[in-house]
Design a protein around this ligand. Sequence first.
Ligand code: LLP
Length: 428
Amino acid sequence: MEKVHNYNINESNELMIGNFSAKNLVETYQTPLYVMDEHRIVENMKNMKQSFSQQSLKTEVIFAGKAFLTKAMVKLIKENNLSLDVVSIGELYTAISAGFDPKNIYFHGNNKTEEEIVYALNVEVGTIIIDHKDEFELLSSLATNYYPHLLLRINTGVEAHTHEYIKTTHHNSKFGVSAYDDKTLDLINMINQSPFDFMGIHAHIGSQIFEISSFQQHTIEMIEFSYKVKQKLNVDINYINLGGGFGIKYTDEDRVPNIKEMLKEVLNTADEHIKKLNLNIKKLMIEPGRSIVADAGVTLYSVGSLKTTYGQKNYIFVDGSMADHMRTALYQAKYEAVIANRVNGEKNTIYTIAGKACESGDMIIHDIKLPEVKKNDIIAVFTTGAYHYSMASNYNRLLKPAVIFVNQDKARIVVKRETLKDLIRNDL
Ligand code: LLP
């Protein structure tokens, strides 16, 4: 069977997600609609766990909830034995509400509020990632009978861009404390002598990274920093959390590395350096978000009207917008799409797919070649599983779409479509 973005096309030339045609899904669930292929999420989780494993070191895969989090997603994470990274009381509450074991939760954030810390302590979150000294002092003043494990977020100066890493000479990130600052060693000493269990260090160098060398460099810097801590303080770093950021393919232009090979290389590099420096590092962790969910998501829109401008630009207007698809406007991100109800056809027209929000930058895809589009066609935009639902807003008082999970023969709503009543629920 012919495929597009790894999805089948049926005999009627319609896009299939699992065993459902996108056209049938739209008849049942309407548009705009976020569709998540549950089977693919699970495959991605399994591959990630399998690739990030090695005999000589313990490893842990922690899903970065910011990419996509709902109660149904929490259950999938749990069923597949991944841990979870949360960055707010909202993400934490979602996880706890869905019955996730708090011991396997890592609580991040550069400005955790008192309310958030108290909640995290009450539910007994397993690990808190300390961002800086003020935060540690706040946590110390709030903890009375439960002391979670702590990691310290450090900043190695390795900053990765999509195609390369650079070592920054100025260390002004809003996240973490610098590996070059002596005060960081003082903070480690302070944490180590507190009633908390100091477990090690965390760093995240960026997102949508393509270069294996960036991660290798990052891994080396983390291990060398651990060596410095051992030399200067005689404190063992037991755990190193390398963060997330593994790049994925949005369009044919993206030259992505093979994640399996990349993770193997990272583990080999780590193993070699840990042995060379004779360190007591017991576990390595990664925190992928995008690489678990992005390619499992498809957004379905209905075409309202079409317009050819005086300047001869062909617009397709869809019933969604930057409120449900933020990344094109925000990052000039690129996507691929098809007409889901008749995928194959002569691609003879260049269109710009625009949303319905009141803002000129509200575009979904610029300049895409498609067969001639008609009113009521369904547009399927691929690779929208990460940072779409989680970044959706109510701009223009637009309603957030429903999210459905499709797994072979089963389709189910996991987040209901918002209603007009939802919009004014909190208005007084
Ligand atoms: N860990 C930490 C501490 C992070 O800050 C992030 C992402 C991740 C893990 C997961 O990174 P991933 O594997 O998903 O690349 N809104 C942007 C992405 C922001 C990512 C922020 N941090 C986007 O739509 O591209």
